[in-house]
Write a new protein. Sequence first.
Length: 132
Amino acid sequence: GRQKLARFNAREFATLLIDILGEAKRRQQGKSLLSPTDALDYSLRSQSDLDDQHDYDSVASDEDTDQELLRNASRNNRARSMDSSDLSDGPITLQEYLEVKKALAASEAKVQQLMKVNNSLSDELRRLQREV
């Protein structure tokens, strides 16, 4: 789990958090999880999803792998939300929602800061390479 999350880039991680917040809102409002066509699509995909799962985390190799991970994470989150243990938790509170929203804002700020540091280090690396 943590290894897969660590492979997400900023956009994918933000998308995952948005999906989580959307799911929390859906639960708070008590809306159903899937439309009938989505349920059919899910049932058709679920067996192939089980066949694709490994006992270990694969190693990320390129951006294509990152996109595939994002799609799989979204699909897995939807599947997990159908689990009866998730439903027994009941709707989330406003406090929980606000905490997640605050954490998302902090994460986005951290990502922006890291992107600036990365750009700065890249510029410094290019400068040093020109000197050599």
